[in-house]
Design a protein around this ligand. Structure first.
Ligand code: SAM
Ligand code: SF4
Length: 467
């Protein structure tokens, strides 16, 4: 179906606010919704509204416990790690909350050359990264030609004759179907774009007229164009702090339902960025509708219950302690050792402006060490994507729980590689102990001989093994 024939106005603002305009739900109502969530089939909009309107610590605790169970049931103790590469901070938009906005004179601007992109990639590879997110401001110099060249460049870099980026995701301004086809041809993984706020009235306030981003509907329909252009996996998100967080969560569920209806598959990931202070960005200094830590934890748990099979991403906008906690309740992917100013990985004195201030400055090694202590297997896996288990195929496999069969072993393979190639002696020692423990507890015993054979191959020097 062509885009123009489809209902593009799938966010009914009044309907969503109406669902939230209700009396506080009873314990009975909340328990009924949580019982539904434990069936791992997701939740209706009405059910999600019940949880969003629940009050009191006791109810929040119940929601968190249910989310913890769902997270463990579907993902187990596995956490995907990636790093963003900011290729430029020049932007033609004027989003009132972002440092990259064109009227901000307080930051130094830069667009990376292909040589600089190569150096950034090398720096990340030397730390042990394998998954990269390319990201930049919107600008005629960062057009599709530039991005295609950037993708080729990143994929072409090889370090130590052995290490290379195995998957590139991109977070770019909305574009046309033909542009998406070109990105697809360059073998990108997920296309990510945040709606910022799904409330069209608020959207107008934060995205001044006269800029490309002022067009609410063009942004709202970007995932439809991406899928029509052949992109299998898309990542949605809202910037929390601009509007009522409860409205944004309902709207994201509506967005997921819309994609499922039109393409037979919902988003591959949901991101939950929370507004952070940014230089020269007035709405980041006085956050319009600040989301408290307690509400933030609750909304992550509710999304996990509503969209049990959708990956959830948390960036370095959040503190180390918040990130350590939220991996238990819903987050399945996390950025590590991030820099948000172009060129900052390879040039530590880089003076180009960053997008917002970072709240978690831990290196990849420090994060991996902490996750091991919490019993988590850090995963740099790209197996599903490279074996064609993407889009609807991925969801068809994930839903009956089959994906567990591939994901844990694949995560262990990439972890074993990391421990052999990059980890300090103490991380290596406790990491190997964790792998041993995981395999002892693994319930797919028939796969163990193959897994152990692959681990031996990795220890002998073979790389990039996956099921
Ligand atoms: N320019 C593209 C766009 O706007 O979609 C992609 C890159 S933009 C740098 C990525 C995201 O950063 C935006 O979608 C927005 O949600 C988020 N962002 C902007 N300012 C922020 C701030 N002060 N704190 C946290 N996130 C912010
Ligand atoms: Fe530009 Fe994106 Fe920042 Fe808006 S959020 S100013 S579009 S980089």
């Amino acid at each position: 179906m062509e885009l123009k024939e489809r209902n593009t106005n799938f966010i009914d603002r009044n309907k969503l606010y109406f669902l939230l305009d209700r009396k506080t739900p009873s314990t009975l109502e909340i328990d009924a919704v949580l019982n539904e969530a434990l069936k791992l089939k997701g939740l209706t909009l009405q059910d999600v509204a019940v949880l969003l309107c629940a009050e009191g610590k006791e109810n929040t605790d119940k929601i968190m416990q249910a989310a913890k169970w769902v997270k463990q049931e579907i993902y187990g103790k596995r956490l995907v790690l990636f790093a963003p590469i900011y290729t430029g901070n020049v932007c033609c938009n004027n989003c009132t909350y972002c440092s990259f906005r064109k009227d901000n004179r307080l930051i130094e601007r830069k667009i990376l050359t292909m040589d600089e992109i190569r150096q950034e990639t090398s720096s990340l590879l030397r730390q042990g990264h394998k998954r990269v997110l390319l990201i930049c401001g919107e600008n005629s110099k960062n057009d599709t030609d530039y991005m295609c060249e950037a993708i080729k460049t990143v994929y072409s870099v090889k370090e130590n004759g052995r290490d290379y980026v195995r998957r590139i995701n991109v977070e770019l301004a909305p574009m046309e179907v033909e542009d998406f086809s070109r990105l697809h041809d360059e073998k990108i993984g997920t296309y990510v774009c945040f709606q910022e706020t799904y409330d069209p009235e608020l959207y107008t306030r934060f995205h001044p007229a006269g800029t490309p981003k002022a067009d609410y509907e063009y942004r709202l329909t970007v995932m439809d164009r991406a899928m029509l252009g052949g992109i299998n996996d898309v990542g949605i998100g809202a910037l929390f702090g601009l509007g009522d967080y409860r409205f944004e969560v309902l709207a994201m569920i509506e967005h997921a339902n819309h994609l499922e209806r039109c393409f037979g598959v919902g988003p591959h990931t949901v991101s939950v960025p929370r507004l952070e202070p940014a230089i020269g960005a007035p709405d980041s200094e006085n956050i319009p509708m600040k989301v408290s830590d307690e509400d933030f934890k609750k909304l992550v748990a509710i999304i996990r219950l509503a969209l049990p099979y959708t990956g959830m991403i948390l960036s370095t906008r959040e503190s180390a302690s918040m990130r350590n906690e939220l991996i238990n309740y819903g987050i399945s992917q996390i950025s590590a050792g991030s820099k948000t100013n172009p060129g900052a990985y390879s040039d530590t004195n880089q003076s180009s402006g960053s997008q917002f201030s970072l709240s978690d400055e831990r290196s990849l090694e420090e994060m991996i060490s902490t996750f091991i202590d919490g019993g988590y297997i850090p995963s740099l896996c790209t197996g599903c994507y490279r074996n064609g288990r993407v889009g609807k195929d991925f969801m068809d496999l994930a839903k009956p729980g089959l994906i567990k069969k591939y994901c844990l072993p694949n995560a262990i393979f990439t972890f074993e590689e990391y421990l052999n190639d990059f980890a300090s002696a103490s991380t290596k020692e406790k990491g190997k102990r964790l792998i041993k423990q995981m395999l002892e507890d693994y319930d797919q015993k028939q796969l163990l001989p193959n897994i152990e054979k692959n681990l031996t191959e990795i220890d002998k020097g073979q790389r990039d093994i996956y099921f």
